[in-house]
Ligand binder design. Sequence first.
Ligand SMILES: [Zn+2]
Ligand SMILES: [Zn+2]
Length: 344
Amino acid sequence: MRATLLYQAGDVRVEDVADPKIQQPTDALVRIVVGCVCGSDLWPYKSAPYAEHPRQMGHEFIGVVEETGPEVRNVKPGDLVVAPFTYADNTCEYCRRGLHTSCVHGGQWGVNGVDGGQGEATRVPYADGTLVKLPVAEDSDLLPDLLTLSDVMCTGYHAALTAGVKPAESVTVIGDGAVGLCAVIASKLLGAERIVLMGRHTARTDLGREFGATDVVAGRGQDGVEAVKELTGGFGTDRVLECVGLKDALVQSIAVVTHGGTISRVGAPQYPEVPFGFMEFLRNLTLTGGVAPARAYIEKLMPYILTGEIHPGRVFDRTVPLAEVAEAYRLMNDREALKVIVRP
Ligand SMILES: [Zn+2]
Ligand SMILES: [Zn+2]
């Protein structure tokens, strides 16, 4: 089958790889209908050293079950399914706590004999725990919305949930990428009254307004901080959702949160140290967040999509065929596209 391989920074190729096969009785084989490129794929795309055995890329996909191992009960051939960005058994102690990213049997797509999501098919470990059946056909217009349940919508929701967003509160969302925009949707779902979106790309922040942002702040650094303070009577917002992953964004988060407030970071941190010291102690700040256990939120968020209450799939602004996946990476890396669907 054809799959996406990242050889090194800037070098993405579509090549033949071994066809996936059932290896464990709990496996399923899934033919991928739609995959996509993630903001987190851009970190290796920017910096990975040359790899002789390149990694299969992609961790967000919807597909059709083609074959199941003898112990798979919850899905069957022909089912349209969505997968979260890590696989999980959905039965261990961590999964029962809703922390599927810590699953004792869980793992990542694209490594250790498991295929990636930017290819024609993949073997899905722990299919009963990992996959969630979709109640639509594979040509449904809702597929882009449902594809966000693999990662970005669930990650945005994780940010809002772990920050403790409650009705009538104020929230700042830092970052106008797909996760930041989904964090706006999630903040609105949880009842936030004021949602300040910090971002510099007008097309993206305009979409953020449609998703529920009440204010947009394009300024960065001290200018941005002062703009948020001005909007909030000098106090800053109750919650801050940091959806970037760079240290500057965390510093900005600390500057715009109110005393006693909470910052949740869901942007994968590209820095080792957190500037959370004595001054933050004096302000009684809480820092939370982390990698989103997407699997824990899929069933919860899907009804909002099926009823049309939310349209997170609007973060996808381009679609490319699998053969042109390298162009998808380039478009996103050069910020010419927000998020790109890849169709095998
Ligand atoms: Zn992702
Ligand atoms: Zn588990």
